[in-house]
Write a protein that binds this ligand. Structure first.
Ligand code: AP5
Length: 218
């Protein structure tokens, strides 16, 4: 199964991708995670991208396309992959098609997580992440056991720099301007499945899994 998860910031793409990775063993490729990891390791290209990330703006198509293509070439992508947060522009969608063609791979489905802007806001403002193992929590919807520390590794949880109200608004605006058009792009290619993402994490996951089973993709 080769899947794209499409949806606004905070729709739950990362959360669902992680559950699908655990259940089906597919590789989870999040361009946001790759960029944040590269930044922590002092990668010079990621350092150039930091200003855009802190402002909630998109990193250049060239940079993310090359990151994704190299990741797709790794042997662990052979058993299926989930693209989370990519593509985000029509140039990225076209670049992805060309890269997949070169690699002899394809996309089987684009799952669009549909959710309202107010819900996105409450999810992102309440999100807490582990800076060590990248586990993802929410102060209300998915709290860690002791509220402040990561359940997996015990590290103090933090709020992402781009989860401040003003930056979240900018990210939503950019999503509407540059990414939303991909819904029609993938619908016209008969790859798009829309699912309402405004419901509890586990029931959404079960519904997604049953879509895959019905289509014999898992
Ligand atoms: P990125 O990290 O990709 O951010 P994003 O797309 O804005 O997505 P998020 O991680 O904010 O949200 P999500 O949908 O994964 O939600 P999550 O599961 O965490 O990108 C960050 C930056 O990197 C970009 O701004 C840009 O600068 C750069 N970048 C990345 N990719 C790029 C690209 N392709 N091109 C150019 N630049 C790029 O859930 C959110 C919260 O809600 C969590 O707290 C979670 O616990 C909770 N939650 C999740 N699901 C539910 C549910 N069903 N019910 C209740 N709570 C839930």
């Amino acid at each position: 199964m080769n899947l794209i998860l499409l949806g606004p910031p905070g729709a739950g793409k990362g959360t669902q991708a992680d559950l699908l990775r655990k259940r089906f063993g597919w590789l989870h490729i999040s361009t946001g995670d790759i960029l944040r990891r590269a930044l922590r390791m002092g990668n010079p290209i990621a350092r150039q991208a930091q200003t855009q990330m802190d402002r909630g703006e998109l990193v250049s198509d060239e940079v993310v396309l090359s990151l994704v293509e190299s990741r797709l070439k790794e042997p662990d992508a052979a058993g299926g992959y989930i693209l989370d947060g990519f593509p985000r522009t029509s140039a990225q969608a076209q670049g992805l098609e060309a890269a997949l063609h070169r690699l002899g791979k394809q996309i089987d489905m684009v799952l669009y997580l549909d959710i309202s802007a107010p819900m996105v806001l409450s999810r992102l403002l309440g999100r807490r992440v582990c800076p060590n193992c990248e586990a993802n929590f929410h102060v209300v919807n998915r709290p860690s056991v002791d509220d402040k520390r990561c359940d997996r590794c015990g590290t103090l949880l933090v709020q992402r720099d781009d989860d401040q109200p003003e930056t979240v608004q900018r990210r939503l605006k950019i999503y509407n301007e540059q990414t939303e058009g991909l819904i029609d792009y993938y619908r016209s290619r008969e790859l798009l499945i829309r699912i309402i993402a405004d419901r509890p994490i586990d029931s959404l996951h079960e519904d997604i899994a049953s879509i895959f089973h019905q289509r014999k993709l898992a």
